[in-house]
Design a binder for this molecule. Structure first.
Ligand code: ZN
Length: 179
């Protein structure tokens, strides 16, 4: 069997426009230009795309997991309309002060993916806009990639020591991965 390729994506600020007020409904979930096409591009080059996202709005009572499913149904529908497919979505519903093992920068979501897919995280790119995305990747030896969308520009300003690949957006990062 050929080796399976994977890419792990943060959601807010990478696939869709982030909001300080949280993404609480499907209507608030607006894709960043080119991000849906980027997922299709990755798929067409043999990559399975997995979404790994902190959703503390659940713990805060801003929306429930049923609403989160509806938001994700919209995301998956828009991706499929561009010919792409999201293989799985892992989310942490816990709050920022929770001591759960899944909220990034902890690596619980990445480890759950690796167990489910029998994947070797050390070969896998993890694309995010926040330092905690990059830290979660580094915690398991995966390959962090920063995009400048969402909080990405601020993350770069706040962490000038970061020595990792940086791209304007998910589409540019996807083009780099398949090249
Ligand atoms: Zn959690």
């Amino acid at each position: 069997m050929p080796k399976q390729l994977y890419v792990l994506l943060d959601r807010d600020g990478v696939i869709n426009h982030d909001s300080d007020a949280f993404i609480k409904s499907p209507d608030e979930w607006i894709p960043i230009e080119g991000s849906l096409e980027a997922i299709g591009l990755l798929n067409s080059h043999g990559y399975q795309v997995i979404v790994v996202t902190n959703q503390s709005g659940v713990a805060r009572g801003l929306f429930d997991e049923t609403m989160l499913e509806k938001i994700h149904a919209k995301m998956c529908r828009l991706v499929s309309e561009k010919g792409g497919h999201i293989a799985a979505i892992y989310f942490c519903p816990h709050g920022a002060n929770s001591d759960c093992g899944c909220r990034k920068p902890k690596a619980g979501l990445l480890k759950a993916f690796a167990a489910d897919f029998h994947a070797d995280l050390t070969t896998i790119a993890v694309i995010g806009d926040s330092l905690r995305d990059l830290q979660a990747a580094e915690a398991v030896g995966a390959k962090p990639i920063l995009v400048k969308t969402g909080k990405g520009r601020q993350t770069l300003l706040n962490n000038p020591q970061l020595n990792i690949p940086v791209f304007e957006n998910l589409y540019d990062a996807a083009q780099h991965l398949i090249s």
